[in-house]
Design a protein around this ligand. Structure first.
Ligand code: EPZ
Length: 416
């Protein structure tokens, strides 16, 4: 039983350091498979998805050692090219090992990662790009067998800036023969940090962080140590928490440079946010002002903070609007917020939210990772106690949301 209890109406005040980024560290762990030696990652978050990825790497013959927030991966020789089904199903990001295994061994056995509660999440863009690089696929049920005699670099264009497809292509391109020019690449900061790490390992990459990335394949890789950036989505979650509960906080190592759109939006809603190097200071009081927000690929408003925005608009004053353009099923949390008294109408890709009401604590269910975190945010500003069930979703991406928010003065604890 993974339950979180939140007692509303406690102002927040204090300082916390933000954990390393889940969506940055997972592709970095996949990149370590490309190299026969040792890769060291610092600021690795202690989250379920990291432990799951470590299990997959170890099942393939890698040695993984997590000492605090330092992860050391050594991969002298791989004993298996198969991603265990249970891990693959438990964590979609395991699909990123496809590119790494093809780069390292020329073969991979993976299961279709399957959809989840936010959408069908196909991998057609991954597969079509890898086919252009000389990969052949055969399928038996939901098992995909990928093979290549030789990965070939080339000109690849993505019709949609898929983060995972971009990362898989980069990982394969690092080991391919010749140069790969990827157009229409995702520009998320996590893609850029993967590029920086690959460069540190010896890969010649131009255009990191832009929509056109050139990779010279076939370089001899060497040992490298790399820093996982602060998790911008966890930062945005805690900014939302201060806006919901009221108060002030300093978020250390919080990647403000990757949250410009979010900071501007929150300032429009009435928050005062100051950036100091890699830290942010936020002050907020009263109900957030209503805004109209549309999610989109970076540098647009991140879809991963859409659910938090839903909670803030429900608490806010006036009529707000949220358009979700990235995932087709990411409004599941609205139903849970309704139970707390929120006035949210969903019409296809849009949510129309009428604020001005007080939310009341009740029992709600976390439907997905970020939706669960949004229920915590709503609970901070709800009357009474909010009991959130199925919090295993939250533990996949938040190292310890109760520890963090308690240190800011929230009355929040885990039960069971
Ligand atoms: C990454 O998922 C993140 N996960 C997601 O964070 C994030 O929401 C998403 O990027 C968008 O920013 C990790 O990095 C581990 P996409 P990914 O490929 O790579 C469609 C979280 O909460 N698509 O950019 O799966 C897809 O269905 C998670 O931390 C295809 O149609 O995202 C979706 O509608 C949730 N075909 C859209 O593109 C494909 O082959 C964006 O997907 C691939 C994607």
């Amino acid at each position: 039983m993974s339950i979180i209890l939140v007692q509303g109406y406690h102002l927040l005040k204090g300082e916390i350091e933000i954990q390393g980024s889940k969506n940055a560290v997972l592709p970095m762990m996949a990149a370590a498979v490309l190299h026969k030696g040792t890769t060291v990652l610092e600021h690795v978050p202690g989250i379920q998805d990291v432990f799951c990825m470590m299990g997959i790497l170890e099942s393939m013959g890698c040695a993984c050692a997590l000492d605090g927030h330092r992860l050391t991966v050594t991969a002298p020789d791989l004993s298996d090219i198969r991603i265990p089904e249970k891990n693959g199903k438990a964590m979609r990001s395991s699909i990123m090992l496809l590119g790494a295994l093809l780069g390292r061994c020329g073969e991979a056995l993976v299961h279709y990662p399957g959809g989840c509660s936010i959408g069908s999440r196909p991998i057609d863009l991954h597969l079509s790009a890898l086919k252009q690089m000389g990969v052949e696929f055969s399928e038996e049920g939901d098992l995909i067998h990928a093979r290549t005699g030789k990965l070939r670099g080339g000109q690849i264009s993505l019709p949609y800036p898929s983060v995972g497809a971009t990362e898989n292509i980069l990982l394969a391109a690092a080991a391919a023969e010749g140069a790969t020019v990827l157009k229409g690449a995702a520009m998320e900061p996590e893609v850029e940090s993967l590029c920086r790490m690959l460069q540190a390992m010896g890969v010649n990459i131009q255009g990191a962080g832009t929509g056109e990335i050139r990779v010279e394949g076939g370089a001899e890789l060497h040992d490298a140590a790399w820093d996982v950036p602060g998790d911008r989505i966890v930062s945005g979650t805690y900014l939302s928490a201060v806006m919901a509960a009221g108060g002030e906080a300093v978020l250390k190592r919080s990647s403000p440079g990757h949250l410009e759109n979010v900071i501007r939006t929150m300032e429009r809603m009435g928050a005062e946010i100051r950036v100091r190097g890699g830290d942010m200071e936020i002050k907020s009081k009263g109900r957030p002002a209503a805004v109209s927000v549309e999610t989109g690929p970076y540098p647009g408003f991140p879809t991963d903070l859409q659910s938090m925005m839903l909670a803030l608009l429900a608490l806010g004053q006036g009529k707000g609007r949220l358009k979700e353009t990235v995932f087709e099923g990411r409004f599941a949390t609205a139903k849970e917020l309704h139970k707390m008294g929120a006035d949210i109408i969903i019409e296809e890709k849009e949510a129309f939210v009428t604020g001005g009401r007080s939310l009341r604590g009740t029992q709600v269910q976390a439907r997905d990772l970020r939706g669960g975190a949004a229920l915590v945010v709503a609970g901070l500003a709800a009357e009474g106690t909010t009991r959130i069930t199925d919090c295993r979703h939250i533990f996949r991406g938040y190292e310890d949301i109760c520890r963090d928010l308690s240190s800011l003065g929230a009355d929040i604890r885990r039960e069971g």
